[in-house]
Design a protein around this ligand. Structure first.
Ligand code: 13P
Length: 333
């Protein structure tokens, strides 16, 4: 393992005031979002949409890395330029989602673990040859009366460690993404408790397997009340709870921390990240790795009028800029 390569990649990814844009929705997730907006769910439409995301002028001022999906990493613009060469010419790092999605966790109804370890090393080598410098693996956990269970968290942590090791051996930075879902009526305290325990289990396993922590990025949820709880919590309270949880449970030597947006309102995701940076100094680089919170306005505009690519790209740029400002605590509504 070349530790220096991993550290340098993370430094480029977390350079202020930049963050990561996730455009790695699986085919089914992408199609669901298209269907909702009346967009045909075809490979051509997915290419067209992702072309506008990849070619957005000036996006490199705010975005350090794009996370792609297998279909997208091999696509090209309609004029024939591979997406990868467009991104590389802007100095943007190439990331790739390498898990193959959630599967049922045996004997634990409602709980999931994540598949995709089989053949991972070979796939990573192929992606690395194409230019990928970082990867992403996501596990999801639902808060319920008895979930997430210790068994599920432990099983997922073991999988994360195996994934992280394979990535690091291939000199690709692993993003470890445990997502406690917002679904449900639970309180902010419950989310805190589940996130804290899960991070404890994950870092204990990563340490046990001797994963090089300065060479990973944690991508996590913020500490939030469930989206059906109807509780309104202000940004400062969320920021304080999230930073407290991360300070308590994430080792200082980690390469960096990024957030997923997870279905928060676009503005909320920005304001909350901004509020965290008002609590500096923070012991680690802390920025965004949003999908929906950056893409939403652009996707809606493009769905309405696919010929107005310039408008969709302008909306994407504004969302990226707002989150870039939030990543250094300088966003104002
Ligand atoms: P959202 O910001 O839409 O949650 O997506 C981030 C991500 O990468 C999910 O795995």
């Amino acid at each position: 393992m070349n530790e220096d390569i991993l550290i340098k990649t993370i430094a480029r990814l977390t350079t202020a005031p930049k963050g990561i844009l996730a455009i790695d929705e699986s085919l089914s997730t992408c199609d669901k979002r298209f269907e909702k907006l009346g967009v045909p769910t075809t490979i051509e439409k997915r290419q067209e949409y992702r072309e506008l995301l990849v070619t957005a002028p000036q996006i490199e001022k705010y975005i350090s890395g794009y996370i792609l999906f297998d279909e997208t990493i091999k696509q090209a613009t309609r004029s024939g330029e591979p997406f990868l060469s467009v991104l590389k010419s802007k100095g943007i790092e190439i990331g790739i989602k390498v898990d193959t999605g959630p599967v049922d966790f045996p004997e634990h109804p409602g709980e999931k673990i994540t598949a995709g370890l089989e053949g991972l090393s070979e796939r990573l080598k192929e992606y690395k040859a194409l230019g990928a410098t970082f990867a992403k693996w996501r596990s999801v956990y639902t808060i319920g009366e008895n979930t997430p269970s210790e068994e599920c968290m432990k099983a997922s942590a073991e999988i994360f460690a195996k994934y992280a090791l394979i990535c690091q051996e291939n000199e690709v930075v692993p993003i470890v993404e445990p997502e406690i879902l917002m679904d449900g009526e639970h309180s902010l305290e419950k989310c805190y408790e589940a996130t804290a325990r899960n991070l404890e289990i994950i870092f204990s396993e990563l340490n046990a397997q001797k994963i090089f922590l300065p060479g990973i990025i944690l991508k996590t949820n913020m500490i939030l009340p469930g989206k059906d709880s109807k509780v309104i919590v202000d940004a400062l309270e969320i920021a304080k709870a999230t930073v407290k949880c991360l300070k308590e449970k994430v080792p200082k030597e980690i390469g960096g921390i990024t957030f997923l947006s997870g279905g928060q309102g676009d503005e909320e995701a920005t304001v909350r990240l901004n509020a965290m940076h008002k609590l500096s100094p923070l012991p680690w680089a802390l920025t965004f790795s949003y999908g929906r919170a950056i893409q939403n306005p652009a996707l809606k505009a493009w769905a309405k009028n696919p010929s107005d690519v310039a408008l969709a790209q302008a909306l994407l740029l504004t969302a990226a800029k707002n989150n870039s400002l939030a990543s250094v605590g300088r966003y104002e509504k």
